[in-house]
Structures are given as C-alpha cells and as structure tokens.
Design a protein around this ligand. Structure first.
Ligand SMILES: [Zn+2]
Length: 881
C-alpha cells in the first residue's frame, strides 16, 4: 500500500522523460508467492539529453534481485534501488543500451488488485493507472510507448491457459510439467495497457471478418462450466466490431481478440490491447441470473472496451491529466452504439438521469474538478463521472456545434494525424478546428473549467409587434480553487411549440447565433428576439439535452403540462413531465415540513395515467416517465437543509396519489403486458418488462399490494421480474411475511451464485428507513459476503451508503459510524475501493445541521486513522476542505 506522500502532480509540470523504452521483453515464471519477472528493456536516451542524466524508473513495493546493462551486472555504487524507485546513476555513454531487471512479486498476497494478482486461482493483471510498477521497475507513464514481447512460464496443471497482449507466436512444453507461451504485440503501447492472464478457464470461440476481409479469432474466457453464460457478450462484441467499422471507419488490427472474465476486479473492465479483462458481472448473463439492466450493461461495456482499441490504445493519453481524451470520447462512442442498437430516445433519457445523479452532485460539491483536471494527488481518484460522463457530453456538444459531417471529418483527421501517438485535449480540439474551420477556443473551457453552468431564461410575447423574446443569462457557480469563472459557449437546443405540438415558424432572429435549432450562448446575457411570431408559443429548452447545464426557467405550469403532452422532442417531453413531478415532490416535501400542498397534484396524476396508456410511446419510454425522481435527485434540487426522511415521505405520498388515481388503468395495463412466449433480452421486450414492473411498484402501494407482488415474484420466469418483485416487497412492505418469505426463497435458490447474491445484498441494503443499518451490519457476516471482493462490497456497502438516503443518513448518525468503520476496514486490503466508497459523503454540507455535524464526525474519524493510504486521504481531505 502506498501511503500518502502529500505530493501534488500538476499539469504544468509535465515534461517528456529523458529516456524512451523502445522494446520491452518480459519473462514471467509464475508462482503464487514468488513470481519471477525478468524484464529486458531497450532504452534510448532522448536527443539533447546529457549522457550523465540518471535513468530513474518507477516501482511500487518491488524487490530487486538483479540488474545488468548490456550483459554486465551493475555494481552497488552504480544504482540506487528502493521498493518505489530504481535509479541507474551512471548510464552508459551510448545513447541506446539494454537494461535487464529481475524482480520478485507475490500475486497471491496482492489484495489491492493492482499489478499482478490472483482471482479464484487465476493469475491476472490490472495496470491502469499505475499498476505496472508493481510488476517491474519501468517508466510507468502513458507517453512511453513500447513494443512488448511476453513469455509466460507456469505449471501446466495449474495454468493450462497462458495469455498476453498481441498475437500468439510460440508455445511448448518445459521440464517438470511446466509449459510456456510467447506473445508479441506489434503495436507500441503504454505500460498501463499491459495484461497477462494464466489459469484454467473455459473458452467460448468465434470469429469476425473485418471490413478488409481479415479473419479475427475471438475468445471469451470464463470460469469452467460458465461458458453458456458468455453468449450474449460474444454477440455484443461482434456487433461492436461491425458498428465501429460503419460509424467510425475503424477496423480491428490484430489476429486475435480475447476477453477474460474474473471475479475480483476493481473496475468494470479494462481495455488492455487485444486482451480485455472484465469484471465477470459484465460478461456472464442468462435470463435466470441477469436482469435486463445487466444485459444492457454488458452490451455497453463490451462495446466501450472494444472501442478503446482506437480511442485509447492506438491513440493514447500523453499524461493522466488527459484521461478524458480516451474516456470521454469512448463513453460517447459507446452511448452512440447503444442508441443505434436500442432506442435513441430512451437511451438519451437514461444517460441524462445518470449524469444528473452522479456527475451533477460531484460538480456541485467539494470534489468538483474540470473534465481535464490540472492537479491531482492520487490519479485513481480521477476515474470520475466528470471525466467519463461529462467528458462524453463535451464530445456530444462538439458534434452538435459542427454537425455530423464535420464531426466525422474531424474524427477521421484525429485517427490519421495521431495514430501511434500519446495525445492531448489540445490535439483533439485542433482536429475539429482544422476540419471545420471553426474556432473552438471559447468552447475549450468545457475541458478546463469545473462546475455546472446555469442558464436563467425568461420569455415574453408582444402580440402587436409579433415578437417573441427569450432573455437568457449564463452563470457558472464557483468550485474549489476556481472562484471566478469565464463565460462559456453553450449550445442550447430549443423549439417554439404551437397548437397541437406543431413547430412555430419565425421570420428572423437577432441577439444570438441560431442555427439548426440551436442557440449559441456565448455572452453573459442574450436577448434573443424572434420576429413574425403571431401567437405566444411554448418554449422547449435544452432539447435532446444539448448541453450539460441546469435551467432556471420562468415557465407557466400550463406550458409545462402542454409540453409534457405535446413536445415533439422526446427528451424534452420527458423532461417537462419530470420537472412537473419534481416540482410536486418539492412542494410535498415542504408540506411534510408544514407547508401547503401543490395545487396541480390532480392534473399530474391524470397525466401520469395518460402517459402510461399512450400506445404511441414506447413502453420503455413510458416506464422512464413514470419512475419518480429519486430521493437524491429531489435533495439536489432542494439544495440545502436536506432532511431525507421528509423527502421519502413526500415521494411516497405522490406515488400513492398516482397509484390511487390510476388503479384500474394501471391494473389493466399490468395484466396486458405479461410476458408471453420465450424470453428475449432485446430492447422492446425489456421495455415491456420495465413498464410492467414500474406499474407493479405503484400497484403494490394499494391494499392487497403485498399479495400482488408476492404472486409476481413466485410466477417470475426471469431475473428481471424476480428482482423487481423482490425489491417491491422488501422496500414497500419491509418486514412483512411476504417480504421475509421472498428473501428467504431467493437466498435458498441462489446462495451459491455470487453475482446473483449481489442483487440480494443490494436489495436489502436499499430498504428505506432506520433499521437498515443493523441489517447491513449483520449481512457483512453472511457466508456469501466478503470484504475482499469489490463486487460484494459495492453491492452491500456501496448501495447502502450511496443509494439509501434514509438508511444511511439516519438522524442519530449510526449510518455514518458504520460507514466510517467499514471504509477503514476495506482500506486495509484495497485502498482504491475504499476511496471510491468514501465519496458517498461528498454532499454532506447540504444536509440539515444535525446530520451535517454527525457526517463531519465520521469524516474526521476516517481522517484521524493511522497510515491512511494516498487514495483515501485525498478523498477525505478534499471532502472536508
Ligand atoms: Zn474506458
């Protein structure tokens, strides 16, 4: 474990290294407690660097056994080795030389899951961001691109399968039952993309013929016996390969493409060149064990990692400040892929919900940072919603501003100009400027400036002059270390909507550049005047969620209802309804605290009924519309003085009102939507299940609701329906006989399936109310739970602390105390996972004063612990700052 050195890495301190590593040849002799690694590195001194410049390599917890240059062992005075650094004090005078290093590591004792480790007797690696330095000393930075050849040796009975990056070039038997395999990757790559897998695994094989007619052998490796669960992942992989050829003109470049699923993994998956390593949660699926959401995630993540082959691997990042260069862009690509495979409208709403739930609170709290940060203490803590999700929104805005054709021309230029390089955000923006002739310098602030911009909008209509006016003002709130903000270029999608939902035409517009349904906001204030508008239109703003901003709009409730029923932009129509729901929930929240009830509640419940029954809308869309804003979403919109119990009460009251008003309508629809025929994971079938399950959630609030949910649970023929019914029982009827029975049945049936048991933990960790902290504490002792496995920890502890508002924020602070203890316990093994968990308290300052004080105590308790890791100290100190 790296303890905190307090060092802050700064973007402006970047400079190229004095040395390059042209070739990297690695030999691994695998053994759980003592793996030997022999690294032969062809080193070249960069031109202009003095021959006396020492060669300093990164390490992390390494033991050096041997060191030689050009065949000669170095003398102790010629180098200085610590576990974290190796310095060759007097490198040879020749500009190119060969350095041989021998190190020893213990994969079986590596619980941080970074570098080379063991997961269920399989050797595997995770090197991004700085795990390679836990294997051998190296210039472990993304701008050092090297050609790798890897030889793996292991006992055949323990590890019949030996995989690394690139193409297989040799294999054979050795003495004493050992064997070896050699892999060569012809594409230069940074060390974070290195991968090795060795063990006994089952294989699913297939092949893909590329655009130019080359055959690529595809392999997905899983725990033996689980091969049949990898079929959907393989199908998703082939669709991804084809889509990248069609949408971006990108073809795969090696002879093989392998994916390995492992059960202990810190992240979702990793795009190592030619050898992706996946959390098994994102590979294994069938209808019995996986929900529709799991299928959709598998499809998206398989695609994401595959797409990295061009955006990340062939063109990588110059330094870790540029992480969004590969992540934001690749998230954008996987979103586009899913939109093409499924429903674009539904996908967009789901993306925006995720962005608002995860990125907005980050941007509005103490952990806010620009999409391209300028400083960090621990890079592991920058794999954030801002870098990924907001990073993707920024790429989407480039496409909105440039249009589809110029955007594609820019992407083509990017691949052509930077293939084989380590690039920067400036390089990325430049290709779009060159391809389109447009100036993106103001737009570039989206990468450099943190915080969610707000647009305040008011409108007026002058019937006599036939003029419609929008007054739009932008502001960006201050964020840590950025108190003054510059004005941004915000592409604001809009529509003027008239009777029946028809677009309202206008003669002319002044006050801002307006093209293709987008107002370009560049100044603090714009008065945008549309002439030739006879009747007052309703205005639909931020159509398609064209910019990741918040809106403060003076809009009549009647207009909101009109847009919720008629807006031709499906995103904005959903948004109008969602805004009405949010307004009603905030009013109900104030009512719980002694205010007045919302005046339009009845209209809203009627509209919910009409949307549910509207056959012109896709079922998945209707399901999303009917799912009420989450408790955390409501809290974010309220802003200050949050009392989670009052928010829950408000949300339950509105749900009950909707259920009561629509009982017959919902019941009839619920019955008609029952699955007929065999299971299919396709989007349309999943949409029908989603709508039926949200209707169940409402109907379960009415008398006989528990019995209905129990029947739904017992008759479920797939995991989507089973998990939905179990959630309804456990959350809506906590402690009831039906809930107890269903939880016990589920446990009995799946106790040996770790991934399914994660759902069981997750559902119980999410039960609203004050008793859940005790349940969760007790479940940490369940035989299926383990503090060493990230998936288990995220299911139980992560769900409780980040998705259970009333349980976690219990008024007496017990939730926080349990959280602090657990974070420190996880940290002993896995600092990265602990730091991620600890972000659950990032919005503590928005709580009401009593809870705020208790949350602070918990954060201080973590901060006071001895020998805190760099990862955890960084998060806790920034959260408290
Ligand atoms: Zn990625």
């Amino acid at each position: 474990m790296r303890t905190d050195t307090g060092h802050v890495f700064k973007l402006e301190d970047y400079r190229p290294s004095d040395y390059l590593i042209l070739q990297t040849s690695l030999v691994f002799r695998l053994s759980p407690e003592a793996t030997r690694v022999i690294a032969t590195l062809t080193i070249e001194r960069r031109e202009g660097v003095a021959a006396s410049a020492p060669l300093v390599l990164d390490g992390d917890g390494l033991t050096l056994l041997g060191i030689a240059i050009d065949g000669r062992d170095l003398q102790p005075q010629d180098y200085a080795a610590t576990p974290d650094e190796l310095a060759v004090l007097k490198p040879p005078a020749a500009s190119r030389f060969e350095l041989v290093l021998e190190t020893e590591i213990a994969p079986a004792r590596n619980e941080a899951l970074m570098g080379l480790y063991r997961s269920s007797n399989v050797y595997c690696t995770q090197c991004e961001a700085e795990g390679f330095r836990r294997i051998t000393y190296f210039l472990d930075r993304p701008d050092i691109l090297s050609i790798y050849t890897v030889r793996i040796e292991a006992p055949h009975n323990e590890a019949p399968l030996l995989l690394s990056n690139g193409n297989p070039v040799d294999s054979g038997a050795l003495a004493d039952g050992w064997h070896y395999a050699v892999w060569h990757d012809p594409f230069p790559k940074p060390s974070y993309l290195f991968a090795l897998v060795a063990g006994a695994l089952g294989k699913v094989a297939d092949s893909f013929t590329t655009l130019s007619g080359r055959t690529v052998e595809l392999g997905i490796y899983v725990e033996p016996g689980k091969e049949r669960l990898a079929g959907y992942a393989m199908d998703a992989l082939k669709r991804s390969m084809k889509w990248d050829e069609e949408a971006f003109g990108r073809e795969y470049d090696l002879d093989v493409f392998n994916i390995v699923a492992v059960s202990d993994f810190n992240m979702g998956a990793m795009e190592n060149k030619g050898l992706n390593i996946f959390n098994d949660k994102y590979v294994l699926a069938d209808e019995e064990t996986a929900t529709d959401a799991d299928f959709a995630n598998i499809e998206a993540i398989i695609a994401h990692e595959y797409f990295h082959n061009w955006t990340g691997n062939r063109i990588t990042c110059r330094d870790w400040f540029q992480l969004c260069l590969k992540e934001g862009l690749t998230v954008y690509r996987d979103h586009e892929f899913s939109a093409d495979q499924r429903s674009r409208a539904v996908k967009r709403i789901a993306e925006v919900r995720t962005l608002r739930a995860h990125q907005f609170p980050e941007d509005q709290g103490p952990l806010a940072h620009p999409v391209r940060p300028r400083r960090y203490r621990e890079i592991n803590n920058f794999y954030t919603a801002t870098v990924y999700e907001k990073g993707s929104e920024v790429v989407r805005m480039i496409r909105t501003i440039l249009g589809a054709e110029a955007f594609r021309a820019g992407m083509d230029l990017y691949f052509e100009r930077h293939d084989g390089e380590a690039a920067t955000i400036e390089d990325f923006l430049k290709v779009f400027e060159d391809a389109s002739g447009r100036d993106l310098s103001q737009f570039a602030l989206w990468y450099h400036q943190a915080g969610t911009p707000n647009l305040t909008v008011s409108s007026s209509h002058n019937a006599r002059a036939k003029e419609f006016t929008l007054e739009i003002e932008q502001s960006v709130p201050p964020t840590p270390s950025e108190s003054r903000k510059r004005l941004m270029h915000i592409p604001l999608g809009f529509g003027l909507v008239g009777a029946g939902g028809k677009p309202v035409s206008y003669d002319d517009v002044e006050g801002a550049t307006v093209d293709n349904g987008v107002i370009h906001i560049r100044k603090r204030r714009h008065v945008v005047r549309f002439t030739g508008v006879a009747e007052r239109p309703a205005v639909s703003l931020n159509r398609g969620f064209s910019a990741p901003v918040t809106l403060s709009v003076e809009q009549k409730t009647d207009d909101q209802f009109f847009l919720a029923g008629h807006d031709s932009d499906s995103f904005s129509r959903w948004q109008a309804f969602n805004t009405l729901l949010t307004d009603a929930l905030i009013a109900a929240f104030r009512q719980v605290l002694g205010g007045k009830p919302p005046a339009f509640a009845q209209r809203l419940t009627e509209l919910a009924g009409r949307i549910a029954a509207d056959e012109t809308l896709e079922p998945a869309y209707r399901a999303l519309a009917l799912s009420l804003p989450g408790e955390a979403d409501i809290a974010r919109d309220i802003g200050k003085g949050i009392d989670p119990d009052a928010i829950l009460a408000a949300r339950e009251a509105l749900a009950l009102a909707i259920a009561r008003a629509n009982r017959e309508n919902f019941t009839g629809l619920y019955e008609r939507l029952a699955d007929k025929g065999p299971f299919s994971p396709d989007a349309a079938s999943a949409g029908r299940r989603a709508l039926r399950n949200i209707l169940l959630d409402y109907l379960a609030l009415l008398p006989e609701g528990a019995a209905l949910a129990a029947t739904h649970f017992r008759s479920a023929s797939n995991m989507t329906d089973r998990a939905a019914a179990l959630t309804v029982l456990a959350h809506r009827h906590a402690g009831s006989a039906e809930a107890q029975q269903a939880l016990a049945d589920f446990e009995a049936k799946y106790r040996n399936d770790a991934l399914v048991m994660d759902k069981w933990f997750q559902i119980q960790a999410g039960v609203p109310g004050s008793k859940t902290v005790e349940t969760v504490r007790a479940l940490t002792g369940h035989p299926a739970f383990s503090m060493a496995n990230p998936n288990r920890v995220r299911s139980l502890i992560g769900t409780f602390s980040s998705a259970n508002q009333t349980g976690f924020h219990r008024a007496d602070g017990e939730g926080y105390r349990f959280f602090a203890e657990t974070v420190l316990e996880v940290e002993k093994r896995n600092p990265q996972v602990a730091a991620r968990l600890a972000t659950a308290l990032r919005s503590w300052r928005s709580l009401e004063p009593g809870r705020q004080a208790k949350a602070r105590e918990a954060l201080l308790a973590i901060a006071a612990a001895q020998n805190l890791s760099a990862d955890l100290r960084d998060i806790v100190e920034r959260t408290l700052a």
